[in-house]
Design a protein around this ligand. Structure first.
Ligand SMILES: *Cc1c(COP(=O)(O)O)cnc(C)c1O
Length: 399
């Protein structure tokens, strides 16, 4: 199918929920993807922080092929071997004792909201259902996760939101302390706000929030859907802070591109769920969890990929800072942790995204004015240098 036909069919047959680029990607290998007309692109979007191992990583491809030939789907009424393997890998490499599997980030957040409420109301009574989240946060699109999301524009037209959510400024621990009441069951935060433009909180923020939550007997839920699976140079971003949450949500990179989500918790909290309380037909499905096992094993193997992420993240940030300085008339700030990097402009970045696309580079625009880069963790220095040359040129064209 050529791109002209794709544009027509897209308009004809699909609900218009995305502002798509005029490109149809049909093949990928490592850091590269190819369009239907044969054009090659460097992929610094990575399926929105999802293709942590790049495209068609051999170990994941083989795991999927083998599992697809053996068993694609069975109900959770039976034990599923790759699901058990993935749960064990996650528990052995995180704060958590128990895992619940679902199919996406928003579902992981739904699960976290339900578990927090079940736990807290069981402990403190039926009114203890309040959840504090941050302004400009992003937690997903279903009604619960959308109600948690601190962006009014995303809720517009879909109200009423679920009751019980309060939004406070991100990075301000005191605001959380002041918002907590006896009816607060949890605080839900992203370690770094990805969707709202790679917003990094001040140092010590999460430690302070952890102390406040522990003192008040309130659960701390970390949404690591974007920051998890090695993105910041550690398997999970909370590892940089010296604290642990009570509940954590994962998705995006967990299956290196296969749809899978997970909600992890300590035993104490997870024990609030009994059989029948929560579930999912596809959650933890053999095919998706086989991809998850291959992904986890690859990320853990000798720590090489996480090490690569840290080194390449530092290089990318350095190059971005140089570019920001060179174009200081239009740039505001460079921010990043590992391979989640943002360059804030003082204007809309859509023209830059298009100029990069024309030159063979896929980058994303977050929150209107932030160029966000989230390449696969296997990215090489020469890929970064090439991408930065393209970005540099694209920014020059703005003036
Ligand atoms: C992407 C994202 C979600 C939503 O995940 P979906 O799989 O799109 O439902 C939730 N929280 C954060 C932090 C995310 O980055």
């Amino acid at each position: 199918m050529d791109i002209k036909r794709a544009l027509e069919d897209s308009e004809h047959y699909l609900m218009q929920t995305y502002g798509r680029m005029p490109v149809m990607l049909i093949k990928g290998r490592g850091i590269k993807v190819w369009g239907s007309d044969g054009t090659e692109y460097l992929d610094f979007v990575g399926g929105v922080a999802t293709n942590v191992l790049g495209h068609c990583y051999p170990k994941v491809v083989v795991a999927l092929q083998k599992q697809a030939q053996r068993l694609i789907h069975v109900s959770n009424w039976y034990h599923i071997e790759p699901q058990l393997k993935l749960a064990k890998l996650l528990v052995q490499n995180s704060f958590a004792d128990k895992v619940f599997f679902c199919n996406s980030g928003t579902e992981a957040v739904e699960g976290a909201i339900k578990l927090a409420r079940k736990y807290a109301t069981g402990l403190k009574g039926g009114k203890c259902t309040g959840i504090i989240t941050a302004l400009n946060s992003f937690h997903g699109r279903t009604m619960g996760a959308l109600s948690a999301t601190g962006q009014e524009k995303l809720r517009k037209g879909f109200e009423p939101a679920l009751p019980g959510f309060i939004h406070v400024p991100f990075g301000d621990a005191k605001a959380i302390e002041e918002a907590i009441t006896p009816d607060t069951c949890a605080v839900l935060l992203e370690p770094i706000q990805g969707e709202s433009g790679v917003r990094i909180p001040p140092p010590g923020y999460l430690r302070e929030v952890r102390r406040i939550c522990s003192d008040a007997g309130v659960l701390l839920i970390l949404d690591e859907i974007q920051t998890g699976m090695g993105r910041t140079g550690k398997l999970f971003a909370y590892e940089h802070t010296g604290i642990t949450p009570d509940i954590m949500t994962l998705a995006k990179g967990l299956g290196a591109g296969m749809p899978i989500g997970a909600m992890l918790a300590t035993d104490k909290v997870a024990s609030a769920f009994s059989p029948g309380d929560h579930g999912s037909t596809f959650g933890g499905n053999p095919l998706a969890t086989a991809a998850g096992v291959a992904t986890m094993e690859s990320l853990l193997e000798g720590g090489f990929i996480l090490d690569q992420c840290r080194r390449m993240g530092a290089h990318l940030l350095k190059r971005m800072e140089e570019i920001a300085k060179k174009h200081s008339d239009i740039t505001v700030e460079t921010r990043g942790s590992g391979l989640l990097v943002g360059l804030e402009l003082n204007r809309e970045c859509a023209p830059v995204i298009s100029a990069c696309l024309e030159r063979g580079l896929l980058v994303n625009c977050a929150a209107g004015k932030v160029i966000r880069l989230m390449p696969p963790l296997i990215v090489q220095e020469e890929d970064i240098d090439k991408a930065m040359d393209i970005l540099d040129e694209a920014l020059s064209r703005l003036n």
